[in-house]
Write a new protein. Structure first.
Length: 173
């Protein structure tokens, strides 16, 4: 069966289903006569190819959203080797700085030479009150190493952190 992604609603006829057309957003009707035999009709006249292309785009967007959620949970996953690493520990380890009354000089603004330290480490998270940035160990390392903490950059950050903290190479899948 071709890719027709979306929230389908059944009708009184079990062979007729209704959804939003992934190409134009209009109403889409699908009439099925078995697994392989089906017809799609869009109220705006989209072709089958346009509908399938729109469904493919929707699928890719959903896959990217799921990957972003997985990455965001990575830092919070108890099986993650960096789960629970205190922010004061990783900030010290990655910048060489000692905290001053619980604050660090932020390496992301003022060339790291701000007069009054503004980066606060709390539990496993950090936040800079001057530049309004914050997050997890992955966000900190990503900014420090100029890597995006999502997508491919997330894996690069994990590899570098594994070398820094664990002295080992991160296993690639």
């Amino acid at each position: 069966m071709p890719l027709l992604w979306g929230a389908w609603r059944c009708t009184a006829d079990p062979r007729l289903w209704v959804a939003d057309c992934q190409a134009c957003g209009g109403q889409l009707w699908v009439h099925r006569n078995g697994y392989e035999d089906w017809r799609a009709s869009c109220e705006n006249g989209c072709s089958r190819e346009e509908i399938e292309a729109g469904a493919q785009r929707a699928l890719w967007a959903q896959c990217e959203a799921l990957e972003a959620q997985r990455e965001a949970r990575g830092a919070m996953d108890p099986s993650d080797p960096f789960y629970g690493v205190a922010a004061t520990s990783y900030i010290h380890r990655l910048t060489g700085q000692e905290p001053t009354r619980g604050f660090f000089r932020c390496p992301f603004h003022g060339d790291g030479h701000e007069r009054t330290p503004s980066l606060k480490a709390h539990d496993t998270l950090w936040f800079c009150h001057a530049c309004q940035r914050g997050g997890t160990i992955y966000d900190f390392a990503g900014l420090l190493w100029n890597l995006e903490p999502r997508g491919r950059g997330f894996n690069e950050i994990r590899e570098q952190l594994a070398r820094e903290f664990l002295g080992v190479a991160w296993p690639t899948s």
